[in-house]
Design a binder for this molecule. Sequence first.
Ligand code: HEM
Ligand code: MTE
Length: 473
Amino acid sequence: KTPFPIFSQEEVYKHRTPADGIWVTYKGGVYDITEFVAMHPGGSKILLAAGGALEPFWAMYAVHSQEHVLEILSEYKVGELSPEDQKQQSASSSDPYSTDPPRHPALRVNSQKPFNGEPPSEILSENYITPTAFFFKRNHLPVPKVDPATYRLEIEGLPNGPVSLSLEDLKSRFPKHTVTATLQCAGNRRSEMNKVKQVKGLNWGIAAISNATWSGVLLRDVLLDAGYKSGGTAKHVQFEGLDKDVTGTTYGASIPLGKAVSEEGDVLLAYEMNGEDLPADHGFPLRVVVPGTVGARNVKWLGKIILSEEESSSHWQQNDYKGFSPSTDWDTVDFKSAPAIQELPVQSAITQPAEGAVVDRSMEEVTVKGYAWSGGGREVVRVDVSLDGGRTWQVAKLRGGEEDEPPPPPGRAWAWKLWELTAPLPEDAQELEIVCKAVDSSYNVQPDSMAPIWNLRGVLSNAWHRVRVTVNE
Ligand code: HEM
Ligand code: MTE
């Protein structure tokens, strides 16, 4: 076996274009990846590493810490990096996730870097307000460290020019409002869609949804104070996070202007969650809470607000979080052809019993619990539960907030309902197929199965939820 030639970092750095060849280094190896660039599943981002080390980029995109990625890389090996340059590199590389906060060990982790985790689903129905530590966490990037003393919120696109506010300005100059709102990720229940046919995305179970009380100032109040007047040309309100990728691009999203400035929109710039300062994972020191709207628009670590004629140009507004026909695949998808998801469709799921649980015949009864929610402030008005795969149905008992709390005004039901049904065990049944489906105030219902709503990104997964349990004689 002939040993690989030794290259200096300086030599590797000369290979950064297709004409000169594209070289990278990884753990002391030198690789000529010119041929691979066009085949890279992550697109032209790969060129950011041209002429240098992969480690800092792969630390950001941990999708690469898989054996099959290393196998691909190994095909392109052309040499070894000189020992002096190897030493230099290991001294300078660092993990952008090293300052991420600690998380509750009970969270089911879908990805560690960036951190994405959901609680065990029984926890959801045990608490109307999800305890903060168990609230699902969905990050696209490392959690940014923000100093609340020097933090500024910038607002652009107003007739009187830009405005900059400190955290203290927000807390002292505007009335404090509290809204109980459920956040749901567009990818909640993706794993069930994945069983129909493979989709691309984190394999969420049924718990990428949680409910909290959020306190802060109304976006409407802040915009009016900053000089917003109706009748302008702006149609959208864009939000930029302070979390950045390797190119310095921030997380971003936008919502329609009407939702932002409506007296009934209840859009908050929240600095508290469940009565405490926002935790790092949920957007400290300030996040947008857009009640009734998909999680992705609820921008955390909010740095900037822009009123504009156009939607956010962010990847997550333009090329992600959109729905398509089951017939659309990655070769034919045209992201421009579909609107960005804003309000989510009606949803419900069974949190107890768990799939595969055993119910004891001597108990004579079975108790089924779950959650139900709909987007756009549409209230859940009914949940139907079946113990026989959908042939016969019983109506579950719904539970909103505290007993003495008034019901939400029409069109502003931002929080979920928990539901429960206790029913006699059907005689002779050895197995139960428990099914739930919710109805919202517009009489929208959930579709009965996933296949007809399957889409390549696995979003909007809201078919009847089904759980199979066995009855122990
Ligand atoms: C995804 C290989 C360099 C960014 C992937 C995947 C492979 C791959 C096989 C798909 C992984 C999966 O889903 O199982 C490689 C190889 C590289 C390289 C062999 C170097 C020779 C880079 C660099 C960056 C990058 C330098 C960023 C600066 C990404 C991103 C994805 C990805 C963002 C995810 C795409 C998506 O989920 O849509 N890469 N990669 N890659 N890569 Fe790379
Ligand atoms: N905001 C920023 N700045 N960065 C992000 O990665 N993720 C979004 C949204 N806001 C995200 C963000 C997505 S996709 C969701 S579902 C929600 O935050 C999740 O909020 P949570 O982590 O507080 O549950």
